[in-house]
Design a protein. Sequence first.
Length: 202
Amino acid sequence: MKKDKKRTVEDYLHIDSLTMARSNRLIDGAAGTWVWKNREGQIISSVGYAYMNSILTLQYSINDQPTEQYIRATTTNCTYGKFRYWFLCPNSGCNKRVAKLYLVDSEFHCRHCHKLNYQIQQCPKRYVAKLNMQRMRIKLGWPLEGEIPFLKKIHKPLNKNKKTFRTMVEKHDAHEQEANAAAIAMHNAFMDKLDGIAEKFK
């Protein structure tokens, strides 16, 4: 019996404590609108937010029904006197410290409470390298398919640190090599199978 496909984090909108902190959304008095965009830069959804006394208040509508949710934030110390922000999952009985909360069934909770899987966990092993390559391309702002021009690999975007960009490109290239090797192996296996079928009819 075939197992039902589980829901994945890639299928749902989420808020990220690290991203919100970097853009100064998690400071007392911060308020505004948080938006999600597709790969073409078009806004696909949004929520209103306000932050005060370690509480992030979200206001949004689901099926024209106004919803308000309160999410507590916390911090942990990092090196050089800095600290990192986290969300505490607001689901009753959870309170898990997490970086991301996902909007599923009208509420933002952690992936564990929503029982969300990662897409890569459900992906056949032969496609893992390609999926990793495409995820890296999304982070780099590159097209998912086709060969990447050499100039794109040496000229970093303005919003990327040079060392970080170089590391990301190296990871991409490694995943790309693995994906190409897997594609060749699958092609060869398919051709061998065809040859075997042809032999039977000789």
